[in-house]
Write a protein that binds this ligand. Structure first.
Ligand SMILES: [Zn+2]
Length: 236
């Protein structure tokens, strides 16, 4: 198991680590600040430094609890390394990802909408939400951007905690539709809370406070079938 430092502190930009194993340009470390991607949030990129040699981290994935750093070329030695993430890329993803929590939390609270997928791209992000057939035509989507901006005029703390799977299953709404999809072997679940707005299971990286999200625009809202809408948005 690689220790995932970004789960404890998503603001770490640099750390040291011992190497656990190397297979050509694939490197597994004892601990890492590189987010391997998941939940619609892209993986981190950045650099690994060994002595005076700098390797680019071109991709990061997770397999069987281990985080695999894909380097631009084979790593020759196994001495300790210094890790550095591309912070502007990560921070933008943290802002997008937290904004997606706010919007999906708002639509869940007000219209019982359930997020079915989300994806963060380089310059925009999209979120798909399903609603019941009775309510979907009554939702004022044209006012959504304004409503979220009103909400975000106040700042809200974003926090995480670890609970057991049993606790999560007992709390209605916390896992929304996904509880049956969680593998039975999973004993602990990480919950992300945005005070009064959203509470759900998530393994992603978030900003500490919604004030860090900054200005944004909803570019487009598309119909994706009778009960599903796709919201496309952009940070300004
Ligand atoms: Zn999240």
């Amino acid at each position: 198991m690689t220790t995932e430092l970004y789960l404890e502190n998503s603001y770490l930009k640099e750390c040291e680590s011992q190497i656990e194993s190397v297979d050509g340009n694939l490197v597994i470390l004892e601990q890492t600040i590189f987010y391997p991607g998941g939940g619609g949030q892209p993986c981190d990129k950045g650099f690994i430094k060994q002595g005076n040699t700098i390797y680019e981290v071109v991709k990061v994935t997770k397999k069987d609890g281990k985080i695999i750093h894909v380097l631009d070329r084979p790593l020759k030695e196994t001495s300790p390394v210094t890790l550095q993430i591309d912070w502007s890329w990560r921070y933008q993803n943290m802002r997008y990802h937290t904004l997606l929590h706010v919007i999906s939390g708002y639509l869940y609270q007000h219209y019982n909408g359930l997020a079915t997928s989300s994806q963060i791209e380089k310059d925009h992000s999209r979120l798909e939400i399903t609603f019941s057939a009775e309510i979907i035509d009554k939702i004022p989507f044209e006012q959504l951007e304004q409503s979220i901006k009103e909400l975000l005029k106040q700042s809200y703390t974003v926090s995480t905690k670890i609970i057991t799977k049993e606790e999560a299953e007992q709390k209605e709404g916390i896992i929304k539709t996904t509880v049956s999809l969680l593998p039975p072997s999973l004993k602990k679940i990480r919950i992300v809370q945005i005070q009064g707005i959203d509470e759900q299971a998530c393994g992603g990286t978030h900003v500490h406070n919604t004030s860090e999200i900054g200005d944004f625009s909803i570019i487009k809202i598309q119909n994706k079938g009778a009960t599903k809408r796709r919201i496309k948005l952009q940070l300004n």
